[in-house]
Design a protein around this ligand. Structure first.
Ligand code: N01
Length: 547
């Protein structure tokens, strides 16, 4: 039988969140054990190596700020960093702070059980590790549980099969092959143009068209880098105070207050910025008013018609069943233009669904397509998938899977009642995927580290969200979401991409500054809405049910 090791904290995951958690918790003097399913650091950037993979948040924004030294010594080369460059950056940070030291790679946490007697988590892995820890930090990422489509016959296909989120490290040569790509979210939209330049033919199986804007990626100007480094601290602070964790001008005007000509000019300027946020924030009501939203949606459709030569293909590519921006929009490099190539075919599997994968290709309700390779760009069981993959069991033997059967329930997206000392970095109910993840990650990890320091200074064994505080937070998350158009889309934000998953808008859409202020106030008020348990007794010191 494996001997159980004792540490202060287990950190699950070694992406941006897990690595920063190691850094902060080590600074507090905690003993740590990290686990990571991948063979090395990087999280989502370790796995997502598909052709064309790059970040759609600007590289100089999508990086850590905890170290002014790293900020000065690291120099990004492109406006939007490629996946290999991001991985080099992660490696640099991991090396510089010796962050791999406590991490066991190629090891997946399979279960975490809270022991009420010793007030600790007991964690086991698929490699037979058994460890006991006072704290369990789930830094498992929001988009890390890759989702295969629910299609029959995958195992019968005689060609090669890939998932964008599990791409082979040695790369894939599509030269001369007939490739089918299923899915037109960010991963499909980034990879299709690159695959099309190599393959003999690409057939895109599109269920729902998405809104995409040109990234206008380019090498970074050395002067811009210099200027940015000089103002790095001030800019990062402004990012923290911005709604989406990136600096975006907040418009005062409604899209419906201005005439069509003025609107067109504003959208033209937004389109030219080559940013995700430019179009979405061109007017203040695009995400809350369907008529206002339709002006932006129609603008993008008009750009698709401008680019795509075949009007029927342009129409098939034009999103019509969800408001603009309510499924995550994409940034692309020549996505729509790719459909002008002779070797690219767009198949609408929204109207003629895929029936099965056969030995030789894909059969839809109306046709059959012969293929040598199939790429699943079908996304992820987002946000809750990675947290529900291990068997997590809290007070009274309650399984997290059961507690969240009707959708995730958290307090501040960072804790869930009945699971003491379990912290979910960028968990459901926090801004996470709606904002610059790097800013969200640092805010969460800092909050957790400060909370752990608070507990240790006072000799407290455990912290647990109260059910009242959690209920109030869940109500607030839903209330804010329902003020927007987001719940109208069948998006992964809503769990709609996974059959049987509860339809709940998972991230917190109230904006980063408001969220951070709430977290800070909770902490300043001696962790309002949490129950704190002293080490010497199993009775709660006080039951703080104020929310
Ligand atoms: O996944 P997705 P993704 N039959 O869920 C389709 C981040 N990201 O990997 O919309 C047919 O967006 C599905 O169709 P539908 C970013 O946050 C960032 O592309 O469900 N089709 C959809 O078209 C992003 O939003 C970056 O009807 C099926 C597609 O597959 C998130 O990750 C890069 C199907 C999945 O799109 C996820 O992006 C990449 C089926 N059975 C990702 N099942 C950057 O930073 C699914 N689909 C640039």
């Amino acid at each position: 039988m494996t001997e159980t090791r004792n540490v202060d904290a287990v950190v699950v995951g070694a992406g941006f969140a897990g690595l920063y958690a190691h850094h902060r918790l080590r600074q507090l003097g905690l003993t740590l054990q990290g686990y990571e399913a991948a063979a090395d650091v990087g999280g989502t950037w370790w796995w997502n190596r598909y052709p064309g993979a790059r970040c759609d948040v600007e590289s100089m924004d999508y990086c850590y700020a905890f170290s002014p030294e790293v900020e000065q010594e690291w120099t990004w080369t492109e406006r939007y960093a490629t996946q290999p460059e991001i991985l080099r950056y992660v490696d640099h940070v991991a090396e510089r702070f010796d962050l791999r030291r406590d991490i066991r790679f190629e090891t997946r946490v399979t279960a975490a059980t809270w022991d009420e007697a010793d007030q600790r988590w007991h964690i086991v892995t698929d490699r037979g590790d058994a460890v006991s820890a006072q704290f369990c930090i789930m830094a498992t990422g929001c988009l890390s549980a890759a989702k295969q489509p629910e299609v029959d016959g995958i195992e019968t296909f005689r060609g090669q099969i890939f998932h964008t989120g599990r791409w082979p490290h040695e790369g894939v040569d599509f030269t001369g092959l007939r490739v089918g790509v299923i899915g037109t979210g960010s991963s499909g939209i980034q990879s299709i143009p690159v695959i099309a330049r190599q393959a003999a033919h690409v057939t895109v199986f599109q269920r729902t068209p998405n809104f995409s804007m040109p990234a206008k990626n380019a090498p970074l100007d050395p002067e811009a880098i210099k200027e940015r480094k000089a103002r790095a601290r001030e800019i990062r602070q402004a990012m923290r105070e911005s709604r989406a964790g990136v600096i975006v001008p907040m418009p005062e005007q409604s899209a419906l207050e201005v005439d069509a000509e003025a609107r067109e000019a504003r959208f033209d300027a937004a389109w030219r910025t080559g940013t995700l946020y430019g179009m979405v924030s061109a007017y203040n009501d695009l995400l809350v008013d369907r008529d206002a939203n339709e002006t932006a949606a129609e603008y993008v459709r008009a750009r698709i018609r401008d680019i795509v030569e075949d009007p029927e293909v342009a129409e098939r590519l034009s999103p019509r069943n969800h408001p603009f921006g309510t499924k995550r929009p994409c940034l692309d490099s020549d996505y729509y233009g790719t459909y002008n190539r002779d070797n690219v075919t767009l198949v609408d599997v929204g109207s003629s669904p895929i029936v099965e994968i056969t030995q030789t290709g894909i059969r839809t309700t109306s046709d059959e397509y012969d293929l040598d390779a199939i790429v699943f760009a079908t996304g992820f069981d987002a946000m809750t998938g990675p947290l529900l993959a291990p068997d997590i069991t809290g007070i009274g033997g309650v399984a997290l899977r059961d507690k969240w059967a009707a959708g995730p329930r958290t307090y501040l997206g960072i804790a869930t009642a009945g699971f003491p000392n379990l912290f979910t970095i960028t968990g459901p109910g926090s801004p996470s995927v709606l904002v610059n993840m790097l800013v969200a990650i640092e805010q969460h990890v800092d909050w957790v580290a400060d909370c752990i320091a608070y507990l240790r200074e006072r000799g407290l064994a455990a912290i647990d969200a109260t059910a009242e505080a959690e209920d109030a937070w869940v109500d607030h998350v839903n209330e804010v979401a329902n003020l927007t158009l987001f719940p109208q889309a069948n998006s992964w934000y809503m769990g709609a991409n996974v059959p049987g998953k509860p339809r709940v808008f998972m991230p917190y859409i109230g904006g980063l500054p408001r969220y951070t202020k709430t977290c800070d106030e909770v902490a300043a008020d001696d962790y309002r809405g949490f129950t704190l348990t002293p080490a010497t007794t199993r009775e709660p010191e006080r039951s703080a049910s104020r929310t």
